[in-house]
Design a protein around this ligand. Structure first.
Ligand SMILES: CC(C)(COP(=O)(O)OP(=O)(O)OC[C@H]1O[C@@H](n2cnc3c(N)ncnc32)[C@H](O)[C@@H]1OP(=O)(O)O)[C@@H](O)C(=O)NCCC(=O)NCCS
Length: 156
């Protein structure tokens, strides 16, 4: 996608653009503070597989959030990760990243997207529900610490 300036629903200006390899340090910093389970090696492998699925949000030349989507062999989309720098949460950045991600999927004619969220992560679940996701299942012991995941999906 082309890089674009967007005003979030809560009034901050951000740039949404494709991920670049040099963003990996910032991305991993945000990942770590966000209680996600990934690591740089895994992200870079996913990026190699489908670079279009990686978007970042930037403000004042600094990466402040990202969304990572992957395509399954069946042609479904999956939100693999979404995180926003804790200083910028609650300002509409996460919602804007997800919307941009969905438009990338739609351009690829992907009609269905799935994701997992920690059972304890009410904030993420609320965001996803407000964007049309419905709960379709539960994956026990999904995360490294043994926590289960709520599985959600949405028709694009
Ligand atoms: C989940 C996350 C990405 C949301 O990003 P964000 O930029 O803070 O979210 P937004 O400002 O776009 O808010 C979107 C919606 O999320 C929910 N939300 C956000 N912050 C919330 C809060 N503090 N309390 C309750 N709901 C909240 C609301 O539904 C909100 O919509 P509304 O403002 O219209 O009510 C962010 O909190 C984050 O990085 N968390 C840690 C990582 C994580 O949990 N990732 C998801 C893994 S499944």
């Amino acid at each position: 996608m082309k890089s674009m300036m967007v005003g979030t629903a809560k009034g901050i200006e951000i740039k949404i653009r494709n991920f670049e390899i040099s963003d990996i340090r910032r991305m991993m910093k945000i990942e770590e503070e966000s209680n996600l389970d990934g690591n740089a090696g895994l992200y870079l492998e996913l990026y190699d597989n489908w670079p279009e699925g990686f978007l970042v949000a930037e403000r004042e030349e600094e990466v402040i959030g990202f969304v990572v989507m992957v395509l399954t062999p069946e042609g479904e989309g999956r939100v693999f990760a979404l995180a926003v720098d804790s200083r910028y949460r609650g300002k509409g950045v996460g919602r804007t990243l997800l919307k941009a991600g969905f438009s990338v999927l739609r351009k690829r004619k992907v009609g269905y997207v799935k994701l997992e969220a920690r059972v304890s992560n009410q904030i993420a679940q609320r965001l996803y529900k407000s964007m049309g996701f419905v709960e379709i299942g539960f994956a026990p012991f999904y995360y490294k610490n043994g926590e289960g995941a709520i599985v959600m999906s949405k028709v694009l």
